[in-house]
Design a binder for this molecule. Structure first.
Ligand code: FE
Ligand code: FE
Ligand code: ZN
Length: 315
């Protein structure tokens, strides 16, 4: 049994009910939402989320509330020591977000640790931990904040397992801190996913496998170590389908929720097809994925102007 779903939208008028319906349409048994637009902090009241109908539909279709993942908006930067008001605003928002997550009935909130701007990673780590303490010390829910592994673009913190561990080390309520592992991000940060067993061992040694709550399953548009963070559809990027399939079906990760954040194809979400691929037997899945990747490349080449680089045209 794998727990898999995708990022789905949560918007008026159906909110959580709409998110559940969308997930069911993809054949998911898990999903990830933002409580409002990911790029801003305007939030409507949770009373409007249609929670009861959503809960009922989830029960009917076998989606455990444990498998609802909430992603905090990416404008939050708890590490911004150069603009303390930004960090403080982030902490206030996070405090309210924990309440919303609790009301929704979810128990995992994914958070980008933050960017230190120019203050250095050590300062950034301390700022993040201080604000997490402020937020968590005032919250008595069981929601786990899953710090996401980042690609390391700009001054992002969380570009390796050690930085996430350094944050958790400074947090008082350590059992409220978990990890979200994003395959595109760790690949872009330099981890070799073709040696995934080694990566997992390293994760276990530094952070402990118990802390791994969510895996964001994405291929990457860029080679390993590029520090770019540009997601690609499964099998169409530099990680490759077989590696991602192996991660999704890894026996040590059976209980971890997997979420797709791959880009839309021709104005349509690709999640139904990608989830179907991941549910196939390994041999047929590999063949089907390879055929689809060839098809996509052909299309890209046709669309490109003569003499133009097909890879560049795909962007
Ligand atoms: Fe994220
Ligand atoms: Fe992610
Ligand atoms: Zn990303």
């Amino acid at each position: 049994m794998i727990w898999i779903g995708s990022h789905v939208s949560m918007k008026a008028p159906d909110y959580l009910l709409g998110a559940v319906k969308e997930s069911i349409g993809y054949g998911s048994n898990a999903f990830m939402i933002y409580t409002g637009p990911p790029q801003n902090s305007r939030r409507v009241d949770v009373d409007r989320f249609r929670l009861e109908e959503a809960a009922q539909l989830m029960q009917e279709s076998g989606i455990d509330p444990e498998r609802i993942i909430v992603h905090a908006p990416y404008i939050i930067n708890l590490a911004n020591s150069l603009k303390p008001e930004t960090a403080d605003f982030g902490a206030e928002f996070l405090q309210e977000e924990l309440r919303r997550v609790t009301q929704i009935g979810a128990s995992t909130l994914v958070l980008h640790p933050g960017s230190h701007i120019k203050a250095g990673a050590d300062v950034g780590i301390r700022w993040i931990a201080d604000r997490l303490n402020q937020v968590l010390d005032a919250d008595d829910s069981n929601v786990v904040i899953a710090l996401e592994t980042m690609a390391g673009k700009g001054t992002e913190i969380g570009r390796n397992f050690e930085e996430l561990q350094a944050i958790r080390e400074l947090v008082n309520k350590k059992d409220r801190i978990g990890v979200c592992l994003d395959t595109c991000h760790i690949h872009d940060a330099g981890y070799d996913l073709t040696e995934f067993e080694t990566v997992l061992d390293e994760f276990d040694r530094i952070l402990g496998l118990d802390s791994l709550k969510v895996i964001h399953v994405n291929d990457s548009k860029n080679p390993r170590g590029a520090r770019k963070d540009r997601h690609e559809n499964l099998g169409h990027g530099h990680i490759g389908f077989e590696t991602l399939y192996g991660i999704v079906h890894h026996p040590r990760l059976e209980n971890v929720t997997k979420i797709l954040e791959t880009p839309w194809v021709e104005d349509r979400p690709p999640y139904r097809e990608e989830i179907e691929l991941l549910r196939m037997e390994p041999a047929s899945a590999a063949i089907e994925a390879a055929a689809q990747a060839v098809e996509a490349r052909k299309k890209t080449a046709e669309e490109a102007e003569p003499g133009e680089n097909p890879a560049a045209a795909a962007v």
